[in-house]
Design a protein around this ligand. Structure first.
Ligand code: GLU
Length: 284
């Protein structure tokens, strides 16, 4: 059994991350699973080496440890690209040159096919759907054609046989829903034009390559899990058991953000709070 904690080094760890890391760590300890650290630094605009150093230091201070050297996503872009090519070969992808602005405009305009898309107004409107991968140029992202992906897996009925086990104690089976994938996510980006991959593709490839059997992460990630399970099926990967934990919120009920330095672990450390004190603060 293998668990992982996968922070993005875009800021200092705060109480929410500490809760997530400690929850994954405790689960690993209770089940005798190995624990791994993965640095999710593909967001080259926001990731900084100094935050990686601070994250490692805070995690060690909290009492966490890992046997294997941490994997850095920025060093694995060629691996993600080779799996992207597998998906491309399955004829379920297309190149997309739309900017955020183009997409906003297209969503504002009345769509011929809007009836087919149900009530969902924020998913990609399919402007580039008819383009072929052979037309891909440097400034293009790559999108998954969600309908073709579902068809490749046998269609909407078949897809509902896919899903994942959720939970730490008694487990619940969560089936994939074609309607959810089509109308909630639509044609998600698999490769951004700047980095050649995306969070969804990278996390699925890494969890597979690192043989992660249990994924513990915040409930803000739980909707993405459906996309991950779909990609796992398309790439013929096994699906881990998922546990989506509660989020640590501020006094206004907002989820803590990286910029929320008031709740940074470093700040508590400087004030003399102990690792046990951090556990108390997050209710562990
Ligand atoms: N890198 C993500 C984050 O820091 C977590 C991804 C995951 O656990 O799947 O929010």
């Amino acid at each position: 059994m293998r668990e992982r904690f996968a922070p993005s080094p875009t800021g200092l760890l705060h109480l929410g991350h500490a809760f997530s890391a400690l929850t994954a760590w405790d689960c690993a300890q209770q089940s005798g699973a190995e624990f791994l650290l993965r640095i999710e630094d593909i967001d080259t605009q926001r990731s900084q080496p100094k935050f990686e150093v601070a994250i490692v230091d805070d995690l060690h201070w909290l009492g966490l440890d890992w046997q294997e050297a941490p994997v850095r996503q920025s060093e694995r872009l060629d691996v993600y690209n080779s799996y992207l090519n597998t998906l491309i070969k399955n004829n379920i992808c297309y190149p997309c040159r739309c900017s955020r602005h183009d997409i906003k405009e297209a969503l504002r305009a009345p769509q011929e096919s809007s009836a087919d898309r149900g009530a969902q107004k924020s998913i990609y409107p399919g402007t580039c759907q008819q383009r072929y991968m052979s037309e891909r140029t440097v400034g293009d992202a790559v999108r998954l054609n969600m309908k073709s992906a579902i068809d490749r897996l046998g269609g909407p009925r078949k897809i509902e046989k896919l899903g994942y086990w959720e939970g730490a104690g008694p487990r619940k089976w969560v089936p994939l829903r074609a309607n959810n994938l089509l109308y909630h996510f639509g044609d998600v980006v698999l490769a951004r034009k700047d980095i050649g991959t995306s969070y969804h593709l990278a996390v699925v490839v890494d969890d597979f390559d690192q043989q992660i059997s249990h994924v513990t992460r915040g409930e803000d990630m739980s909707s993405s899990t459906a996309i991950h399970v779909l990609l796992q099926a398309l790439l013929e990967f096994s699906t881990p058991i998922y546990r989506h934990h509660r989020l640590i919120r501020d006094e206004n009920g907002q989820r803590l953000a990286k910029r929320d330095d008031a709740r940074a672990i470093a700040k508590f450390r400087a004030q003399g709070v102990s690792p046990k004190g951090i556990r108390d603060l997050v209710g562990l």
